[in-house]
Design a binder for this molecule. Sequence first.
Ligand code: GDP
Ligand code: MG
Length: 370
Amino acid sequence: PEAITVQELANRMAARGGEVVKALFRMGVMATLTQSIDADTAELVVQEFGHRVKRVSESDVEIGLEGAEDTDTDLQPRPPVVTIMGHVDHGKTSLLDALRKTDVAAHEAGGITQHIGAYQITVPDGSKVTFIDTPGHEAFTAMRARGASVTDMVVLVVAADDGVMPQTIEAIRHAKAAGVPLIVAVNKIDKPGVKPERVKQELLQHEIVVESLGGDTQEIEVSATQRINLDKLLEAISLQAEVLDLKANPNRAAEGTVIESKLDRGRGPVATVLVQKGTLRQGDIVVAGAEWGRVRAMLDDKGRQLKDAPPSLPVEILGLSGVPAAGDNFIAVENEARAREVSEFRQRRARDKAAAAAGAGRGNLTDMLA
Ligand code: GDP
Ligand code: MG
């Protein structure tokens, strides 16, 4: 496990360094301000100071944001969240558009589709699937760099007439690094003379073994523009979702990730967020990145006003103080005082990180002693 210096831990808790050293001493750990302690010890100290702890990763101890852990009985099935990736011009946008049109709930909404960075469709059997629309590779990388994991699976689009290309390989690497399963959509099979078999062979070289070659990666031959096998692709997604056994507790304060955001001239800061835990309600006080505010209005991808948003639903929210970044965590909190506290903590942490990055070249005492 990675470590945190005593000073940095003190900074994060807005505590004096000396107090942290004393607390450690009481726990039988001798450490100076510049020395590092492991994440487990840090967690104990944080609790000692009366904060709640959230482990963002092995090394990153975030303070006081975590609600109670969900138990099995709290958890309910939630729709899968799918990201479509692939080489440029292989048909990602076309496929997203084609899948959006399969939405059986779209008609009752009057067919008005507002373009936000993610959308949810209802498939004929009544189950739902969420597609993340924005993450090109860069957005995906940026989100992962922020520790955000939004997607449950990746649909890898490979054009049958072009085969595996550099961004295909990049997408495979991203999915593997994120530990997210892939479904291969061999696209443009309507084109005369294309050889989908070739794509499967090429994928083998990148350790993607499709089912027809004895592997466990589902592979569907589709045409986005001719709307061929979209139902099979949706079935493959459902099957993968079943295997993953995706669940969340809808009965808690909402938490999730910012998908995209902008400053709208008329509406002010607007963020598209994906609810990952809990239910987000109109009127909730939320912190998104270091911004906060009361959710004044909430809209789905069809532009409908919502009162509440359950897990896996992407929604646009209005009412934030500023524009958060894609990949930022958002969380609903009990009151404005708490929102300010969390926002300040995050601002401080961002400054610390920037300072650490600026000083990284110089080396520090801990490094020299190690
Ligand atoms: P993206 O860059 O991956 O988002 O690719 P696009 O969706 O923009 O598609 C690139 C081009 O391929 C466009 O001209 C599409 O019309 C075309 N295209 C996409 N899917 C298909 C398909 O299934 N069959 C054929 N024939 N053309 C397709
Ligand atoms: Mg595109």
